[in-house]
Design a protein around this ligand. Structure first.
Ligand SMILES: Nc1nc2c(ncn2[C@@H]2O[C@H](COP(=O)(O)OP(=O)(O)OP(=O)(O)O)[C@@H](O)[C@H]2O)c(=O)[nH]1
Ligand SMILES: [Mg+2]
Length: 464
């Protein structure tokens, strides 16, 4: 990215580079209006004076040649996304047309925008801080509704406000410490040791909330992975189909119907849930295909966040069930046992399950009598600590950069707390407080170094 060339006027396609009804070309910079005016004409072929915040219909022309019939508007700085003069041209969504118009604009002295350069300029012009700029990218790349919601909250300042709030608390404390350093002879303890400790503990608790929010946002971003396992013929594929709401996997009464893993993703409560149906696990098999399928089933167990162990409650446990229980012994807290076929005469109960696996997550289920599938899905959310996802704190850390910086702040503050406790001098406490403030500033991008900005904005796509 050309971090220094802010005086250039830049152009890029802001929408996808595919055939579509419309495409939007965005131009930002001081000569945006002049250049666009020189290639834009009305129906009567008259050039027009483009005014701020008005919409125009006309033609983009390369000399006498019409490139497209367009709608455009001009937004005057500073009330624009980038904070600069901006023109947006809405063309027909053919990549050839778009390229012709962009080439024409480039020939007039505008240059192509780099990745994330529009948002970079918005950041440089104080339209958003760095954490909000990151939220823009997150918003574009979110793949489920909850991620969109978290990114949107972040873009609207929920995280920034929280960081500013913590900064305010720290700055106040810092000011007290500085004053006591500046006027030591006054012999006034501006804040008692207990008061300092209390205010520091308050700040640390706010940081802890943020730190735990990161696991939520990672979960929401990556989604939850569920492996459906069990011996053959217990109803694994039937349960996959019930979750998906359509007949994705073949279901028969022949044991060993599913030979390979089947993976599908659905959205539940705004979160992506990937479900992997696996081949039934049966020991002592000699069939080569079945053996490979079962190896895959085992590796699905390894990689899953939650395991749905499906059992057929109408038949007694056998060695296969015991072997499966053994396979799950390191994952017991993440295992939900489904007593399937509860419509039939019951042979095994929750108690039998508890004898071989230590879990309280046991569900009576039947795909035949249509037990609501939410019984299983809600249990999954309960085990993932996602039941109150709707009410969760809206300020969350949305990426590793923010998380690492908050951890750094927490380290400084924990150290400060120790120093205060030991009655160490305000001078060292003040030094550590300044370090913590620096890390908080880094989250917001205050005094950010060029390499940090480069790393953040290079993750963007061109046109944003
Ligand atoms: N009565 C009853 N039958 C069920 C239930 N769930 C599934 N079945 C039947 O059990 C048989 C096996 O179902 P599947 O879903 O193919 O079982 P699976 O565990 O995927 O079997 P494999 O792929 O062979 O490992 C089919 O005949 C289903 O119709 C249930 O809740 N009650
Ligand atoms: Mg199956």
């Amino acid at each position: 990215m050309n971090l220094f060339k802010q005086e250039d006027t830049i152009v890029a396609l802001a929408t996808g580079n595919i055939k579509s009804a419309l495409a939007i070309i965005r131009i930002s910079g001081s000569i945006a209006k002049t250049i666009v005016s020189s290639v834009f004409f009305t129906k009567s072929h008259k050039p027009i004076n483009i005014e701020d915040r008005k919409v125009y219909h006309g033609y983009i022309c390369d000399n006498d040649k019409q490139l497209d019939e367009v709608i455009l508007y001009y937004l005057k700085a500073p009330h624009t996304y980038t904070g600069e003069d901006t023109v947006e041209i809405s063309t027909h969504g053919n990549p050839l047309i778009v390229q012709n118009i962009i080439n024409l604009l480039l020939s007039k002295g505008i240059r192509p925008a780099d990745k994330g350069e529009f948002t970079y300029r918005a950041f440089m012009n104080n339209k958003l801080d760095l954490s909000e700029a990151e939220a823009v990218n997150e918003l574009i790349n979110s793949s489920n509704s909850k991620s969109v919601e978290l990114a949107l909250n972040s873009l609207q300042g929920s995280l920034s406000n929280k960081i500013k709030d913590i900064k305010q608390d720290l700055t106040t404390l810092f000011a007290y410490l500085e004053v006591s350093l500046d006027y030591p002879q006054e012999d006034i303890d501006f804040l008692t040791r207990e008061q300092k400790k209390e205010s520091m503990q308050n700040i640390i608790s706010k940081l802890n909330d943020l730190i735990s929010s990161y696991s939520l946002s990672k979960l929401v971003t990556n989604g939850i992975k569920i492996a459906i396992v069990g011996k053959p013929n217990v109803g694994k594929s039937s349960i996959l189909n019930s979750i998906l709401g359509y007949q994705r996997a073949i279901v028969t009464d022949i044991a060993g119907t599913t030979t390979d893993t089947i993976e599908e993703t659905v959205e539940y409560n705004g979160v992506s849930v990937t479900i992997i149906d696996t081949a039934g696990i049966r020991y002592h098999t000699t069939n080569t295909i079945e053996k490979i399928g079962q190896e895959r089933s085992k590796s699905s167990i390894e990689n899953a966040d939650i395991i749905l162990w499906i059992t057929d409650s109408s038949i007694d446990f056998d060695d296969n069930d015991k072997q499966i229980a053994n396979l799950l012994k390191d994952k017991q807290d993440k295992t939900i046992v489904v007593l399937n076929k509860s419509d039939l005469q019951q042979k095994i109960s929750s108690k039998d399950i508890k004898d071989i696996v230590s879990t309280n997550s046991i569900i009576n289920f039947s795909t035949v009598n249509n037990t609501p599938i939410e019984t299983i899905l809600n249990k999954i959310f309960e085990l993932m600590n996602l039941t109150d996802i709707e009410e969760r704190e809206s300020s969350v850390l949305i990426n590793a950069r923010q998380y690492n910086l908050i951890c750094k702040v927490q380290e400084h503050l924990t150290k400060i707390l120790e120093l205060i406790d030991k009655g160490d001098s305000d001078e060292i406490v003040s030094f550590e407080t300044q370090n913590a403030l620096n890390s908080l500033n880094e989250i917001l991008g205050i005094d950010a170094k060029e390499d940090i900005l480069h790393t953040v904005f290079s993750k963007f796509c061109v046109g944003k």
